[in-house]
Design a protein around this ligand. Sequence first.
Ligand SMILES: C[S@@+](CC[C@H](N)C(=O)[O-])C[C@H]1O[C@@H](n2cnc3c(N)ncnc32)[C@H](O)[C@@H]1O
Length: 418
Amino acid sequence: MDTGNYPEETFFGDVLRGSGPVQLIETIDVSGIRTRRCTGEFWTSNQRQASSLHEISYRACFKPQLPRFFITGLTQEGDRVYDPFSGRGTTVLEAGLLRRRVAANDANPLSKILTQPRFFIPGEQEVAARLAKIGSDKSATAEIDLSMFYDPKTESEIVTLRNYLLDREEACETDPVDFWIRMVATSRLTGHSPGFFSVYTLPPNQAVSPDRQVLINAQRKQVPEYRNVRDLILRKTRSLVRGLSPEDYRNLNKAGTDGLFLTGDSRNTPKIPDASIRLTVTSPPFLDTVQYAKDNWLRCWFNGIDGDAIERDLTVTRSLESWCRVMESTFRELFRVTVPGGHVAFEVGEVRRGRIRLDEHVLPVGMAAGFTPMGILINLQRFTKTSHIWGVGNNDSGTNTNRIVLFQKGTSLPDVRE
Ligand SMILES: C[S@@+](CC[C@H](N)C(=O)[O-])C[C@H]1O[C@@H](n2cnc3c(N)ncnc32)[C@H](O)[C@@H]1O
């Protein structure tokens, strides 16, 4: 491996402008491909804080600073930014706040439920009035046993809300206030603090099974206490919009109105026109590490979604070969939708304790689809207790790393000096 002191502009070009300190740029060989790898702390230091609007938890989500870094470096206002594995919608929300157009896709319908409403934010008074109108039917109970999570009165309030939302959906009457309430309630179903509807359990994006919750309750000698669903929805509403400027509301509304919010497979997105995406910033499902549908069973129940059917649609591969095949087809689709000169920033982690470096596998896969690899960017983040608790992958040296493979459509290979 060669190590050189290359000028930044010959490496990732515009993207490194305005970044944090670059620690190392080196030339490496990956599967016979000579490329550059750049290591630094690009978006944790000297960055303005992320918008509170992102604070919806989702398994394996990335920090908003990651997409912001690429969006500001590689796009202009009005360009369309896409995420084919959109999750809680981090990329598209950040893009909307930055006055870009947006396209989001995820095989899990919960992704759209959590993302789209945050582009059309209702006033707190409207939310309060709607919740008052919905009220609570004291006799309403769930068709499944949820007593290990909720006090009976809390359960009635949740079930009343669920029935109202499902009825409105069936009658095609759901409006932005309903969509907002559904998004907030979905994010509050279970968690580890009194800000959630449930008794203490794991963080909200990884609901445990009822049997496991019974054990947690016994171990902690706890019984579910009453939680006021209406008050908690209003509290979370205030928290999500704190710090948003009137301009943020306008930018999001504009991006949402013209946005594409798709539920489907990343390999087949016919609703996205050819050559319409300037930048993709995404993080695919990793090898067998996260079970998105299983972790979200309670969120699926609340939204009347068949979690088992979703599980079948999601990519949960155990072998590297089959993972690479899914990604190869995804890259072919990304090549179709990307404008000439546009970029793909593909974030992967180290899996199986660093024994598999997915970045090095992604490089030839993206090339096979026609993209030019610009290099691998490794963002080092200082270890934080929170990231550990919330299940963000940490490597052994006590840091979190994001590994991003950057591709461009239709340029010649960058000059990599010997
Ligand atoms: C690592 S998460 C993305 C998280 C996202 N970056 C965020 O900040 O929330 C991967 C996502 O891929 C979705 N997914 C899995 N297989 C898929 C497929 N074949 N097509 C589209 N989405 C898929 C999962 O539902 C999950 O939301």
